[in-house]
Design a protein. Sequence first.
Lengths: 400, 146
Amino acid sequence: MGQFVYLDHAATTPLDQRVFKVMKPWLTDKFGNPSSFHSPGKEAKDTVELARTKISKILSCRIEEIIFTAGGTESDNLAILGFARANVGAGKHIIVSAIEHHAVLEAAAQLKKEGFEVTLVAPDTDGIVGLESIKAALRPDTILVSVMYANNEIGTIQPVAEIGNFIQKHRGENKYPIFHTDACQAAGAFELSVEKLHVDAMTINGSKIYGPKGVGLLYLRKDLRVQPLQFGGAQERGLRPGTENVAGIVGLAEALELTDKEKNKEGERLIKLRDKLIAGILSTVPKTKLNGHSTKRLPNNANISFLDIEGEALMLYLDAKGIYVSTGSACTSASLDPSHVLLALGKSPEEAHGAMRFTLGHSTTEKDIDYVLKVLPPLVEKLRMISTNPINTTPSPSNP
Amino acid sequence: MPDVINTCGTETWFYSDTVKDHFFNPQNFLKEENPPADFNAFGVYGSPACGDEMKVWLKIDPENKKIVGYLWKTFGCASAIAAASMCSVMCLENGGLSLDDAMKITPQMIVDRLGGLPPRKIHCSVLCDKALRLAVEDFLKGRKEN
């Protein structure tokens, strides 16, 4: 016993020791406030700017186009709310995909309350939002389009460069619409050049790329007008006031550099393990279905529906065996709603309730995958024995 | 005031040891497709679309009207499985509950015996008392289902 098979890297990754090492001095000895004019302050300021410079190289953007925030949610909110509010005079229509993270969806819902119109664009059954659907949703008063780079639940990769290229040509000399992408899951796995992706704004955070939690960034094209969400000092061009999280920013830059450098090699390794896991489950466990496109997905993501069982139950049975995963089931979410992503793909509530997400990472070995493939089938069998096998059941009185 | 009060004293998802025990080692669930022929009452409640469905089969002694056999199946989360298991234990202990007493089982009684459940899980996952009641009504109506 004593197994520890962590397969929930899409939720968060451990901090890379190499990242921790460069962060450490900035948590202890080097504590200056970057806004202070004395030497310790200057040293901290220089470090923040060095981190910004390093990141700008990976993103092929200008140094000042990087805004440090406290994470992915804040970056998404700043992009969506901040841009829409500052440009309300130009149009009151925004487009977001139906499979976005709640940080985008709830920001869009807030805009709706403020008088904006929001079009949710559905993905195809493979979980991919096609350019044609975006084209169809565009209106003359559309000011913003947001489509994530890779989905956090099913890992499907969206044609961001294609959509971005189209939007850029579509607006021509005009300023609208702009294109934002949430790249939290894609960072560390794929190309992040904003030139190649044709994005005007992009969200990245530290806690999915073996960096620290509580730090993220928003790439924001320099000429975009954005209203801040909070008010205070002049940090981050006034768009994100508050003393900089120096250690976090140093860690974010280091984590992004490391994962970006190692992405191809690590991606190849993970794809092999991912495909072994998927093929292993689909072939040994009956009534299972892969959710999302089989190849256009993150190297580390396997999302599989186990019919006739409820995800939370399986998740906890796996937990007892030292295997840590996530589920699309309603029962583990605060809202008690099943995954909006799976429902948007046209999956039935039953499929969503039985969906398990396995996300691999640096620590994942072939031995881990073999262990899962050994432990999982009997657990599924046991839960199915308990289950009412709802697929074959007769209609029942409704649940009030 | 909520009609069911959480007694595990926590808002988290973590379950009590009793819940875990019944979840990992559920009692009295029906392993086969159909119950033994001498089971004479059946109730089903909930819907898989909502994430939980509960089926209860009872063997009721026609003489003394006590529950002498209780089998269940559920499509549900950990708390649904634990609650179903606990409810079956409550019905079968001390020689079996009378139908009158079985009809009086409330979610609160099951939650208390489980050492509490996370509050928001109670309404959606404690369906066994409803399925049990439907099974008893099924018996009283004189119907016999597998």
